[in-house]
Design a protein around this ligand. Structure first.
Ligand SMILES: *Cc1c(COP(=O)(O)O)cnc(C)c1O
Length: 843
């Protein structure tokens, strides 16, 4: 085997091929030293690694500034339709490496830092993740921003600048502990505060009837301070903006205390208002009806809509008319995409602005609102759907509650026209739920207030129409669409797996980076022994690098020639990490029963955060760690099986783990995972998939062919049939001795000798109340895993499948997803033209 290339050598090779010039390198060294001196106020005798990171970040940032300003000028000049992506989450991860790649200065920076005697990878590792998201939904928003910029769309992300992102997970004695994510502690070199664009947001108060219409008065004001974050497109000199709002107390926050002369108390209470942007709610696929969360949602929406309308009015569209006032044009100039229902108050807020402030008729305002807004649904799990109590809305947003009632009134008139006398249908289609505490169903509001509603994978979009939104589909079938999720190939291949990216570019050129379909060409080398060997070497290097990291950071030794079997994603019962655990225990029992049998060695890694209040998910983490403890310390097992819980799974860890995976676990109960995007990242990096026919797995199987994926278990129809018939886990438990042994071990404390009852509740769930039917899929899962091992023994076959699957992953680029949103929802086309670089003359 050839000596592995260092990343420095690899990047240098690209530079020979590409654009890196001596001049660039010298300029970057100069700028770096200037920033170390003037920005960091350090010399090299006292500089820390963090100082070097910041000096480099500022150097790279300098390359964004001219492009950023000119992109925004260009949008002002051309006045294209703007796309506004509204999301409570952006799971961005790190920016340094991604920015260097997208603006094309990676190899120059690498060489410059090398000449300065610094290790660029070591500096990259200093950067904190921007962890302003929980999982797939937040990461999707981040991939979309990259694609929209790369496709030259005039797009803006809007969200909240949480002071604390997703908590850091520590595993202590096998249990999850949460630590606050103080990600801004050392400062954020990428953001630019814009206090001059601060906007007021109102809460509470009451509604006054005046001759000029409704007035929302006596409100409490909180200011929204925008922070702009650059979103560079790939190699096109476009830099879009992600604008994140931070809560600021008004100068006179609490008049009561000021009037009482309690100046100190008044200053202290400014924190109350600023708590709105303090912390990300750490729930994935779960609705927690907390007042502060409702305030976050409205805060983001209210500030954003003011910004959108200001920009609409300020558009240059004829010199004689300096302010645009005709809102007929609004839907032609503005598209608003709601990432789940979290920003769905945008619908009543836009109505409030248009009717109460701009003086439009209700009918006109409604027409504008529906034409402008579109809603993406992300889950069918009932516990995840937002249903805010009307009492809470009435108190915090009294005018919005009135508007929602009026929307509902007119909507139900239409329903009654279509289905006269059908009270059941009325009840199911109402935005207001009346059983138990009166609530607003935000999904229903979002459907009624949007012209397009989409699911995030084909099967999910079908389930939406058939099940949860069935009545709405009957009412307005033309609204319902599918937009299968995707991932950005820049971060998830070019950046995180440079070895594989180079190999691909050597074969087919670099076009795949922006046209991922081009990977198809690789199919001709799927059986090529030389190409297989090269792909295997890259995978082996990636596995070795991960193994070294695991040993260095966690002190665990893994066998890098074992099969790396990986499940990383949020910890959730529906994702069935428990089913994975049942397989682990089964393998362990087989080894113990037959220690001399030849088996394929596996390193099984599971990682993911549990919501802090999710008791069962935390118990599952503890079980996995307890099983790991038994398995890893059993001398009979040796190198054949290792189990590792990957602590603190996040974007940056994903970038290190996924390129090293052999097997990707995507094993949710059919019908529960809306799409999944982790599945796509693994496919693109040459892991094979074991999975159910759920979410995007269905379309992945279609693209690669059933013979290249390990599909097992019940289909959605079979799940439904079983639930209808009545699921009895004991049927499976009693029928399969291997399964029975595994459950008994969990039940009787085999993995928790100090506390035999520790996992009784998990065994109980599996046997009595498992909504996700784990035992019904156990047998098929074990058989599929046996097949995985059998195929892995034939390395040629395995590599052929892996290469074929990489070559089949073009559909899962978020560029494709965004082009589809543009064409079918926003009325916006991609623009592949490059803007002139900052040093080039304008067009
Ligand atoms: C892609 C990604 C996810 C989503 O993974 P799924 O397997 O689709 O749930 C979650 N977390 C991180 C850090 C990711 O990068």
């Amino acid at each position: 085997m050839a000596a592995p290339q260092s990343d420095h050598e690899r990047r240098k090779q690209i530079s020979v091929r590409g654009i890196a010039e001596l001049e660039d390198v010298n300029q970057i060294k100069k700028t770096f030293n200037r920033h170390l001196h003037y920005t960091l106020v350090k010399d090299r005798n006292v500089s820390t690694l963090r100082d070097y990171y910041f000096a480099l970040a500022h150097t790279v940032r300098d390359h964004l500034v001219g492009r950023w300003i000119r992109t925004q000028q260009h949008y002002y000049e051309k006045d294209p339709k703007r796309v506004y992506y509204l999301s409570l989450e952006y799971y961005m991860g790190r920016s340094l490496s991604n920015t260097m790649i997208n603006v094309g200065i990676q190899s120059s920076c690498d060489e410059a830092l090398y000449q300065l005697g610094l290790d660029i990878e070591e500096l990259e590792d200093i950067e904190e993740d921007a962890g302003l998201g929980n999982g797939g939904l937040g990461r999707l928003a981040a991939c979309f921003l990259d694609s929209m910029a790369t496709l030259g769309m005039a797009a803006y992300g809007y969200g909240i600048r949480y002071e604390y992102g997703i908590f850091a997970q520590k595993i202590i004695n096998g249990e999850q502990q949460e630590e606050p994510d103080d990600w801004l502690r050392f400062g954020n070199p990428w953001e630019k505060a814009r206090p001059e664009y601060m906007l007021p947001v109102n809460f509470y108060g009451r509604v006054e009837d005046t001759p000029q219409g409704k007035k929302w008065v006596d409100t409490q004001v909180v200011f929204a301070l925008p922070y702009d974050n650059p979103i560079p497109g790939y190699n096109n000199n476009v830099v879009n903006t992600l604008r994140l709002w931070s809560a600021k107390s008004p100068v006179q926050f609490d008049l009561k205390f000021f009037n009482d002369g309690d100046y100190i108390q008044a200053v202290l209470d400014r924190n109350l208002a600023e708590n709105i942007s303090r912390v990300l709610y750490p729930n994935d696929n779960f609705f927690e009806g907390k007042e502060l969360r409702l305030k976050q949602e409205y805060f983001m929406v209210a500030a954003t809509l003011q910004d959108i309308i200001r920009r609409f009015k300020a558009a240059k569209f004829g010199k004689r008319d300096p302010v645009r006032t005709n809102f007929d044009l609004f839907p032609d100039k503005v598209a608003i995409q709601l990432n789940d229902t979290h920003p769905s108050l945008a619908i009543p807020e836009l109505m409030r602005i248009l009717v109460d402030i701009e003086g439009l008729s209700w009918e006109k305002a409604w027409d504008v609102t529906v034409k402008t807004c579109a809603y993406t649904n992300h889950t069918v799990l009932p516990e995840a759907l937002e249903r805010w109590p009307t009492s809470m809305l009435e108190s915090i947003l009294p005018r919005h509650m009135q508007i929602i009632y009026h929307i509902n009134h007119l909507h139900l008139e239409q329903v009654l026209k279509k289905w006269p006398g059908d009270m059941d249908k009325m009840r199911r289609l109402s935005l207001i739920e009346e059983d138990g505490e009166k609530r607003v169903n935000m999904a229903n509001l979002s459907i009624v207030g949007s012209h397009a509603v989409n699911g995030v994978a084909r099967i999910h979009s079908e389930i939406i129409k058939r099940d949860i939104f069935r009545d709405f589909y009957e009412l307005t079938p033309e609204k319902f669409q599918n937009k299968t999720n995707g991932i950005t190939p820049r971060r998830w291949l070019l950046m995180c797996n440079p070895g594989l990216a180079d190999l691909i570019s050597d074969k087919i050129g670099e076009d795949w980076i922006v046209h991922l379909d081009q990977l198809q060409q690789l199919k001709q080398w799927a059986k090529d022994a030389n190409f297989q060997r090269a792909v295997m070497q890259v995978k082996q290097e990636n596995k070795l690098k991960l193994a070294q990291m695991l040993e260095k950071d966690y002190g665990v030794k893994v066998n890098p020639s074992s099969l790396f079997d990986i499940q990383v994603k949020r910890l959730h019962e529906y994702k069935r990490q428990l089913l994975n655990c049942l397989h682990i225990i089964t393998l362990y029992n087989r080894i113990k029963k037959n220690p001399n049998a030849k088996i394929v060695a596996r390193t099984i890694m599971i990682g993911g955060k549990a919501a802090p209040g999710y008791y069962t998910a935390k118990k599952i983490i503890k079980l996995i760690n307890s099983v790991a403890n038994v398995v890893n310390n059993d001398p009979i097992v040796g190198d054949k099986l290792k189990v590792i819980y990957l602590e603190n799974y996040r974007v940056t860890l994903a970038e290190k783990i996924i390129p090293a995976a052999d097997l990707s676990e995507q094993i949710s109960t059919a019908g529960t995972e809306a799409s999944g995007t982790g599945n796509m990242k693994f496919m693109l990096n040459g892991a094979l998939t074991i999975g159910t026919l759920d979410g995007a797995n269905v379309e992945m199987a279609e693209e690669m062919g059933n013979e290249n994926i390990f599909i097992f278990g019940m289909t959605v129809d079979e799940v439904e049939a079983l639930q209808k018939k009545g699921y009895n886990a004991y049927d499976y438990y009693n029928a399969n001795p291997e399964l029975k042994q595994v459950i008994d071990q969990i039940q009787n404390g085999f993995f928790s000798p100090g506390n035999p009852d520790e996992f009784k509740d998990l065994a109980d769930i599996l046997l009595k109340w498992d909504r996700f039917l784990s035992l019904a899929d156990y047998d098929a899962y074990i058989k599929a895993q046996d097949e995985v091992s059998r195929v892995y023994e034939n390395q040629c076959k395995w590599l052929e499948m892996a290469i074929h699957n990489i070559a089949s992953s073009g559909k899962f680029s978020s560029d494709r997803t965004i082009i589809d949103y543009g064409r079918e929802i926003w009325g916006v086309e991609p623009n592949y033209n490059k803007l002139p670089a900052p040093h080039e003359p304008r067009e």
